[in-house]
Ligand binder design. Structure first.
Ligand code: HEM
Length: 451
């Protein structure tokens, strides 16, 4: 049968507000009422979007390489990321960028970033106050931003790093897709100031800093010995022998920042929130780190945290041809997305899906399309190995060298923050003790918020 699956009959504005305010309740209510596949209508989107949660349907969606990007992603992100961003290009142009960029993100390469991540995390942890309550999420954002500035951008000049450190988080906060679109619509309707004006002036300053960095790097006699990702991209060639232009390098840098900074920080904040509420898992992880021989439980913990608290809730496609799922034929042109949270909560895939149980991944790896925190197919996250590696290093330091305590009796509720699912209160913690090797405790010093 051709057509779209059923979905909520509430007006689009109600569906949009429900999604913005309570995304998990919205998706769970839809699944209860309409089943694994349902159709939603959001304000500002030309067409309805079909949400899927059955792994077989997701496999069918992600395996078809000719499926494109939903219009929403491109409209919201192109003004910031630029026309050449790997996140936004499609077809052969997209594949060419992925081929060129993939070697820089290969699992083996990650070792060269270990020292940077350790240094950055150590400096950050040393600045935390002992005995005071503070939100961990902004502290994780500070770490992941600094790691990107050093390991991905390779910025050595401290003054330039400081300028980028000030501006980049503001840029990311300004660019919340649905909200920005709503604000643009409202400003046009009521003839108010264009909400993109501030964004554009900040973008111009950031471009200037990045283009200066790229120009200097091209002249760097040490370029071939450098291991940061920008240097690798400058040295890389497309299959026809050409290189990325300065403008394209700038687009890819901002893409890596936008895709990799907030996501990894949020995943770390969630993992700590879960560990602090599950003392047995925390103890087991601590034991494994002390024994120092294996990291199986650490890997299982990261996998489980990304399952139970998927940071990115949607990673959709626009159908290039008809797609057959669950007795329906979805027509070409339809926007379709896995509802990642719903897939991860399936009882036919996970026993007690709402429980935090890293053990479940000790013996068995997750099913390819039943565990999709990084999306899938030819658009699967380029930085997945980078993110998991960074998470393991930061978690190792937090678990082995710090005594962190949870604040409040319950774990964090999920809040939608831009395009991520984030801990509502930022994962409030109290640092009781920090290993001397990390530096002397500075009692009373408050951490500076990132943005
Ligand atoms: C826990 C952290 C992260 C999560 C949960 C995450 C999640 C995702 C998701 C869901 C997608 C979309 C995939 C799709 O459409 O199928 C994606 C794409 C992407 N991610 Fe990540 N990501 C993370 C970290 C990173 C990092 C650290 C980087 C790089 C430094 C990165 C770079 C990218 C890029 C370049 C893409 C676009 C791939 C393409 O379109 O071909 N991500 N990520």
């Amino acid at each position: 049968m051709s057509g779209l699956p059923p979905g909520p009959s509430e007006p689009p504005i109600v569906q949009t507000l429900w999604w913005l305010a309570r995304p998990v309740s919205f998706m769970e209510s839809c699944r209860r009422r309409y089943g694994d596949a349902f159709t939603v209508r959001f304000v500002g989107f030309e067409r309805p979007t079909v949400f899927l949660s059955d792994p077989a349907a997701i496999r069918a969606l992600y395996s078809e390489q000719s499926n494109g990007l939903p219009r929403g992603r491109t409209v919201a992100l192109r003004p910031v990321l630029g026309a050449d961003s790997v996140l936004l290009l499609e077809g052969p142009e997209h594949i060419a960028r992925r081929r060129l960029m993939l070697p820089a993100f290969h699992g083996e390469r990650m070792r060269s970033y270990e020292q940077i991540v350790e240094e950055v995390a150590r400096a950050e942890i040393e600045s935390w106050p002992i005995g005071e309550t503070f939100p961990l999420h902004p502290r994780m954002q500070a770490i992941t931003l600094e790691v990107i500035l050093r390991a991905v951008f390779g910025v050595v000049d401290e003054h330039r790093r400081e300028q980028l450190r000030e501006r980049l988080p503001l840029l990311l906060d300004q660019n919340s897709s649905i909200l920005l679109q709503l604000r643009v619509l409202l400003s046009q309707r009521f003839r108010g100031p264009d909400p993109r004006a501030r964004l554009n002036s900040m973008l111009a300053e950031i471009d200037e800093l990045l283009l200066a960095e790229i120009a200097e790097r091209r002249e760097d006699p040490e370029l071939e010995r450098r291991e940061d990702i920008l240097s690798l991209l400058i040295g890389a060639r497309f299959e026809d022998g050409t290189q990325m232009s300065d403008r394209e390098l700038r687009d890819q840098l901002l893409t890596l920042l936008l895709a990799g900074h907030e996501t990894t920080a949020t995943a770390l904040a969630w993992t700590i929130d879960l560990l602090l509420r599950h003392p047995r898992a925390l103890e087991r992880l601590k034991r494994e780190i002390e024994e120092g021989e294996q990291d199986d439980y650490m890997r299982a913990t990261v996998t489980e945290a990304l399952r139970l608290r998927p940071v990115v809730p949607l990673a959709g496609r626009k159908l290039a041809g008809d797609l057959d799922i669950e007795g329906l034929r979805l027509p070409a042109g339809t926007d379709v997305t896995p509802a990642i949270w719903l897939t991860h909560m399936r009882e036919d895939l996970y026993r007690q899906p709402r429980a935090f149980a890293p053990e479940r991944f000790l013996e068995e790896q997750p099913a390819t399309y039943g565990w999709i925190p990084f999306g899938g197919g030819i658009r699967r996250c380029l930085g997945a190995a980078f993110a998991e590696f960074e998470m393991r290093i930061v978690l190792r330091m937090l678990v082995a060298d710090c005594d962190l305590r949870p604040v409040g009796r319950r774990g964090e509720p999920i809040k939608r923050r831009n395009v991520t699912f984030s801990p509502r209160h930022g994962t409030q913690v109290r640092l009781i003790f920090r290993d001397r090797a990390l530096g002397a405790p500075q009692v009373g010093q408050s951490p500076q918020p990132v943005a």
